[in-house]
Design a protein around this ligand. Structure first.
Ligand SMILES: *Cc1c(COP(=O)(O)O)cnc(C)c1O
Length: 397
């Protein structure tokens, strides 16, 4: 667990907090209390860990990318394989942790938001397994773009509600999920990234930090030392904080987050909050936000739906300002090239989100020595993205 001092619970330096409507305050207070108790209860973590082994498929593998390392001719590249976790991405780590918390709180109904549908599928799977009713809010445009995941959620017994307000994408789905929670404070809101009001950024980090704990042990076992660089893509920031967390105390380890550079530098063409964003409060938390000069939230673009969000998790904002982690971006085109390269050289089709991390590896590895090590988090598998990629490549499937 991360032992860095927070100035106040839920504060990450100048970032974080809980900017919520008064009507949600009792529900948030109950959540803080329940999570604080669960955090200190060994039986809670024992059950979570047992389910990670039997249901999630943890520990996930670590793979030495021999052909990619040889082709790039620099550092040795290792991949943490969250693509092998149940439902195909790291999202299940958080969905399962919060699902157990919801059950512990006696909740019989779970609400979630989803963008590409990965968090929705993970939540629906956990709810089915625990026998809890599940309602997933999803933008009407995303429902149209991600039909296979919509059908998966329905097969898993979830109700998928189409969101037709605003841009009809992820941020609007979060708004509707929060609105549902205000009306139904007895439901549990299962937020999908290290975002939103306290306690979500802390709780989601804690549930995702299993990635870094395993990876640290695996890389030490495989190489006898720590990696020189750890790379992860950053949407809301949950897979990145999950792997970074185990290395934050090792100052010699360079932490790199990769945002979506999209198709250009103009506002609306990307989701690179650290290069184009400003300080702001959005959906319950204070962080770097893409907005116009009047504070209106900007539209964002990325080839990968999972990175396509206007705000970044508050802990990343702090790590950025402290220069403990560095944030860069990869364009749609670079991510697409990385997607194809990893598929052909390693036999692994990465999620387009994860391909942003691989794009950074492709830039970085040749500048490093043969005896240096890059650890990249492969946050998910790319099966969900084959239609998008075929479309961009002009292929009919
Ligand atoms: C959702 C998702 C992401 C982005 O979310 P984070 O919270 O930044 O991790 C990245 N990769 C995959 C595969 C995803 O499904």
């Amino acid at each position: 667990m991360n032992n860095r001092p927070a100035s106040r619970p839920g504060q990450f330096g100048a970032y974080g907090g809980a900017y919520i409507p008064e009507t949600l305050a009792p529900a948030i207070a109950a959540l803080v209390e329940a999570y604080t108790a669960a955090q200190a209860d060994a039986a809670f973590w024992d059950e979570l860990n047992a389910l990670h082994r039997s249901f999630t498929g943890r520990p996930t593998a670590m793979t030495y990318a021999a052909r990619l390392s040889a082709e790039l001719g620099g550092a040795q590249i290792y991949l943490k394989r969250e693509d092998l976790a149940h439902t195909g991405a790291h999202k299940i780590n958080n969905a399962l942790g919060q699902g157990l918390l919801a059950r512990r709180m006696g909740k019989t109904r779970i609400i979630a938001e989803t963008g590409a549908g990965q968090h929705g599928v993970a939540t629906a799977a956990v709810c089915a397994m625990l026998g809890i009713a599940c309602v997933v809010y999803m933008g009407a445009i995303d429902i149209e773009r991600q039909k296979p995941n919509v059908f998966r959620m329905r097969l898993l017994g979830a109700e998928v509600r189409s969101v037709t307000s605003g841009s009809q994408t992820l941020k609007d789905a979060v708004n509707d999920a929060m609105r549902d929670w205000v009306t139904n404070p007895d439901s549990y809101y299962l937020l999908g990234s290290a975002l939103g009001p306290h306690p979500y950024p802390t709780m989601v980090r804690d549930f995702q930090s299993v990635i870094g704990r395993e990876a640290r042990e695996q890389i030490l076992q495989a190489t006898g030392r720590l990696p020189d660089v750890v790379v992860a893509c950053v949407g809301g920031g949950s897979n990145a904080i999950g792997i970074f967390n185990a290395f934050i105390g090792d100052e010699q380890v360079d932490l790199r987050g990769v945002e979506a550079g999209g198709r250009g530098k103009a506002l609306g063409e990307h989701a690179a909050r650290f290069s184009g964003g400003q300080l702001g409060v959005f959906q319950g938390t204070r962080s770097y936000v893409l907005q116009n000069d009047d504070g209106q939230i900007a539209l964002t673009h990325s080839i990968s739906a999972g990175l396509d969000y206007a705000a970044v998790g508050p802990e990343h904002a702090m790590l950025h300002d402290e220069e403990r982690a560095f944030y860069t971006s990869a364009s749609d085109e670079e991510a697409l090239a990385a997607f194809q390269k990893l598929s052909r050289l390693e036999g692994i089709i990465p999620a387009l989100e994860s391909a942003h991390a691989i794009a950074e590896v492709i830039k970085l590895a040749p500048t490093m020595r043969h005896d240096q090590i890059i650890l990249a988090n492969l946050s998910g598998r790319g099966d969900k993205d084959i239609f998008t990629v075929a479309d961009v490549l002009g292929v009919t499937i």
